[in-house]
Write a protein that binds this ligand. Structure first.
Ligand code: AMP
Length: 604
């Protein structure tokens, strides 16, 4: 049994061994693995660090942040936004769902997420030396039913029995409270690569974890901060050179990389240099460089409103929980973005207390998932997790009114029943539209599914009574039943994600995914890293004479050439020493050098 934090940017896998939870490092020794998937020109599938490293040179066939798309419908604003800003191609699928095109083949989003889950499964299996088949997987607390179902589908495709889906902030609280036997009200502030979540929990004696309220924004994350830096760089470059870097896909990818790197650096230093040699051609046979200093203060100004949005959500959640700030006894920070000093201080200012420093923001969620997994396997473990539904659930009634059955923040599992009547004379059928959301206008909420109850007795309107029962299980997944009270006629559905996959499709994907594992396991890690490094070295070597000729006249150029030679040399040494970690480390530098060289040659 493993716990997996399937993150937007990075994923992490953990396990409880002899009562102690720990994160399992991947083969490169890293505790987190990029949630990235790529297909190479030769048709090889890459996942994790190896996919990230080649992202810039193979941008169109490299998927990042697939979690932002999971369980969403094609026509949703979030998908439209992703279509406009992603470097990979997103198209409409057969069920108004979303498909991603890699090397002319269409993949569903659960299939892409399955590749990441499968990688996490392999990491655990390599470590444990045995097959792993069961997992607890985390999702943002604010995920709706469609997104949860799609995540479960992803687990199934990856060959994992997802025994429970739990909310990320709840997992973080489990990890924080594990073994401490405390009684405390805790706020978990989770700001990751793609999503923001806040949950307020009560940790009770004897291991009872009760969520009081939860809220969030599934389209607010570190990537939005990166986008602000990119805008700033693009704008500055435009003012200086009157050229739009956005027109150049490769330049944009390099900017994206540089923006994230600068953002992370500014968490520990006050200013940093963004340095992208030969970013674009001036059009007059001359390559231009981007060199700009970004200060922590500028970054804070650029991201101020995004941080403020998270604070607003915290304020609202406290209100929903009917708690005052001083009733929160601990604030736990989760997610890579909480390393940003401005975020830490904004949280401290709002909650009027310093956040807890004792948990590792990247690992705490996976650890919590593993703890929950262990508790589910072991009857003796005295741990009770009471989570809540993040969205209200109800049905659409006459006139597009949303009739709520289960309010937001109700403890799950739960079920509620309500009686409805027909709205027309002699009505023999009713259509039940199951919806999730907070708006009183049904059309503004998420449609989860629909079904028709037929064969009603003919009678004047308002006289036929239909009993509708909603049930939410411990995974947060919904089922609905409708019953004609007079005839006893009943219809029910397990609400399957309307944007999801059919059973047959999932079956086919499971088979494909199995083939892939056989392929991956047979390849030796050293050989793969060596081949990759040697290939790039070869290409750099080819370009050296040409590049030297072009740039030798400037100090900047000579410096770049020298650095390139040093990187190539280090890579060679690492290959000789058969040091896999060192080769991988050099591949990053080699890739950057190669890209820069190609830029120089192409732009002059
Ligand atoms: P997560 O989804 O929790 O893995 O968080 C990933 C996000 O955290 C990405 O947007 C990263 O760029 C960001 N991140 C990681 N490390 C840092 C850091 N030191 N400072 C600021 N942001 C960071």
């Amino acid at each position: 049994m493993i716990g997996i934090d399937l993150g937007t940017t990075n994923s992490c896998v953990a396990i409880v061994e002899n009562g102690t939870p720990s994160v399992i490092p991947n083969r490169g020794g890293y505790k987190t693995t990029p949630s990235m998937v790529a297909v190479t020109e030769a048709g090889k599938r890459l996942v994790g660090h190896i996919a990230k490293r080649q992202a810039i040179t193979n941008a169109e066939n490299t998927v990042y942040a697939a979690k932002r798309l999971i369980g969403r419908k094609w026509n949703s604003p979030q998908v439209k936004n992703a279509v406009a800003t992603s470097s990979y191609r997103i198209v409409e699928g057969p069920h108004h769902d979303v498909r991603i095109v890699l090397r002319d083949k269409e993949y569903s989003v659960p299939e892409i997420s399955a590749m990441v889950l499968q990688e996490m499964k392999i990491i655990a299996e390599d470590y444990l030396g045995e097959t792993v088949s069961k997992a607890v997987v985390t999702v943002p607390a604010y995920f709706n039913d469609n997104q949860r179902q799609a995540t479960k589908d992803a687990g199934e495709i990856a060959g994992l029995d997802v025994i429970r889906i739990i909310n990320e902030p709840t997992a973080a609280a489990l990890s924080y409270g594990f073994g401490r036997n405390m009684e405390k009200v805790v706020a978990v502030y989770d700001f990751g690569g793609g999503t923001f979540d806040i949950s307020i929990l009560e940790i009770g004696a004897h291991g009872v974890f009760k969520v009081i309220a939860t809220a969030g924004d599934t389209f607010l994350g570190g990537e939005d901060v990166d986008a602000r830096i990119i805008d700033w760089l693009v704008q500055g470059f435009k003012e200086e050179h009157n050229l739009d870097l956005r027109q150049d896909r490769m330049a944009l990818q390099r900017l994206k990389d540089a923006a994230e790197k600068a953002k992370c650096e500014l968490s520990s230093v006050k200013e940093t240099e963004v340095n992208l040699p030969f970013i674009i051609s001036s059009g007059r046979n001359e390559a231009l460089h981007l060199q700009k200093t970004l200060t922590r203060q500028t970054l804070e100004e650029l991201s101020d409103d995004l941080i403020e949005r998270t604070v607003d959500i915290c304020r609202q959640t406290l209100e929903d929980a009917k708690l005052e700030k001083d009733e929160i006894e601990e604030v736990v920070l989760v997610g890579g973005m909480t390393r940003m000093p401005k975020i830490q201080s904004a949280v401290a200012t709002f909650f009027e207390r310093e956040p807890c420093k004792g948990v590792h923001p990247d690992e705490v969620v996976a650890l919590g998932a593993a703890i929950q997994g262990a508790a589910l396997m072991d009857d003796k473990q005295e741990m009770v997790l009471l989570d809540v539904t993040p969205h209200a659930l109800g049905i659409m009634t006459f006139g597009s009114i949303f009739e709520e059955l289960i309010p937001q923040n109700t403890t799950v599992p739960t079920h509620r029943t309500k009686i409805f009547t027909t709205s027309r004379d002699n009505q023999t059928a009713v259509k039940i539209l199951v919806m999730q959301g907070e708006s009183t206008n049904a059309e503004e909420n998420e449609l989860l599914g629909e079904f028709i109850l037929t064969g009603l007795r003919r009678a004047p309107k308002g006289t036929v009574e239909i009993e509708v029962t909603f049930e939410i299980n411990a995974d947060g997944i919904v089922s609905v039943r409708a019953k004609d009270l007079e005839t006893g006629l009943e219809q029910s559905i397990q609400v399957t994600a309307t944007s999801g996959l059919t059973r047959d499709e999932i079956k086919g994907m499971i088979e494909n995914a199995k083939d892939d594992v056989v392929d991956r396991r047979s390849s030796e890690e050293f050989e793969a890293a060596k081949q990759e490094a040697e290939k790039i070295v070869g290409e750099i070597e080819k370009l050296f004479p040409q590049v030297e000729q072009i740039v030798a006249s400037s100090d900047f150029g000579r410096d770049a050439i020298e650095k390139a030679r040093a990187i190539v040399e280090r890579a060679r040494q690492a290959i000789v020493k058969k040091d896999v970690a060192a080769i991988k480390e050099q591949i990053d530098g080699l890739t950057r050098t190669h890209r820069m060289f190609k830029g120089v040659v192409a732009k002059t």
